[in-house]
Design a protein. Sequence first.
Length: 211
Amino acid sequence: MLTTATPAEQRVLLQNISWQTFKTMLAEMGAERGSRLAYDQGTVEIITPLMPHENSNRLIELFVGVLCEELGLEIKRTGSLTMTRDDLERGAEPDSSYYIQNEYRVRDLVDIDLASDPPPDLVLEVEYSRSKINKFQLYASMGVPEFWRYNGSALRVYILEPRHYSECAISPTFAPVPVTEISCFIQESKKVGEVAIARAFRTWVRQQLGM
């Protein structure tokens, strides 16, 4: 077992873990926990977010909500959804996940089963320290169309096409707004506060849309 720690998150790696053992871990640990798990090819990563990590996650969720409101998009927020695929023997719990294009398909669902339901349209991973599991391969194998990664200073946007992710400057979900600028608003929030930055972000989005 290898443990690494940063001021933003803690990561614990467990090697040579079977898929069934991972599923048992999920069941026994339950949903009411602060940690998030990922599984790929016998490796389990347990991530415990600390204050900087979780604050960035919540701010980005706030901004995604504003984007949907201003673009007239419906949204279902599914948070750290436990995404597992028995056929792939892969699993993940992103920091945040969203149904936007497919929101209508899961709107009234209490439980989402990726064996029959679509994956989230957008997932976010906040990674001040790099994950030891290849999240690109993991989410691509599950067919997640859009993957955002925030490392504490920059937000990067990746689009699935068709079996691997390509980085792009503009999210097709929120075009023409250059969402990578969200990182600047996260930094500015430390000076002006979250309510003030939400107002500033909404104003900026409207400017990008020519409103």
